[in-house]
Design a protein around this ligand. Sequence first.
Ligand code: RIB
Length: 302
Amino acid sequence: MNQILVVGSLNADLVVRAPRFPQPGETISGEDLRVIPGGKGANQAVAAARLRADVSMLGRVGKDNFGDFLLENLKQNKVDASLAQRDDSSTGTAIIVVDASGQNSIVLSAGANGNVSTTDVDNISFANYQLLLLQLEIPLPAVLRAAQRAKENNVRVILNPAPARQLPDELIALADFIIPNETELSLLTGQKIEDISSAESAVRNLLRRGAKNVIVTLGSKGALLVNKETNKQVDTFKVDVIDTTAAGDAFIGGFATALLQNKSLEESVQYGCACGALATTKFGAQPSLPTKAEADHLISSL
Ligand code: RIB
């Protein structure tokens, strides 16, 4: 039985490290280009699989070299890719610049990710899963249908509303856990996030719209866990940051895996923080995702 189903994106990340981000109209030089497996869906699938969860991934890639590369990479990370399809579009790509402080800027070209459809979702059985992980790099109707089918089958839903956009209340209410960062929370709610209290007020907006549990990832400030009974800021771990790409995906892989092990919500958030922190200490999306031994070691330092 696969515990986790990810319905989401697979991207080839084309990454250059540069001293800083270029200004509009400016050309600057960076280091050698690297092609790295990425995509928020695939990153979250690999993040959970490295922590030894059983993971299956539904998504689409093209019939090109990047498609071969990404599917082979899922296989090497023990993610079941039998639900992934190949079509005539090119494989999704992400153009990423990482600056000297480890922050990134990303431009996506959806490619085959843009063809994931409600029919793809209708063609699979949800009966064998315990958790569904969703992000927003595939069309919204497919995301919504996956959430609906999950709930019909008593599968818990984790929604990572990234890249940021506004969402229908129906999707917000279907998700058991919504996990945005501050920017995503701001776009989702139309509220400015400047500090913890403005984040809490935006989260209350989501709770009024039907959200059950909201976890706001706050980078070096940890995470804010809010539901009807709890309002708690969970600290994260101090690390030397090399590249923040996929830190949010690592958080979600860690949080999901801990939930499946029946850890409490707060412990699961803490485990997510450990995974997110570790992911910032290495370059690239999937190469940076921690193993179970690495995450357990960091948690044991608490
Ligand atoms: O969350 C990081 C990911 O965002 C990258 O791997 C890139 O593919 C984009 O989807």
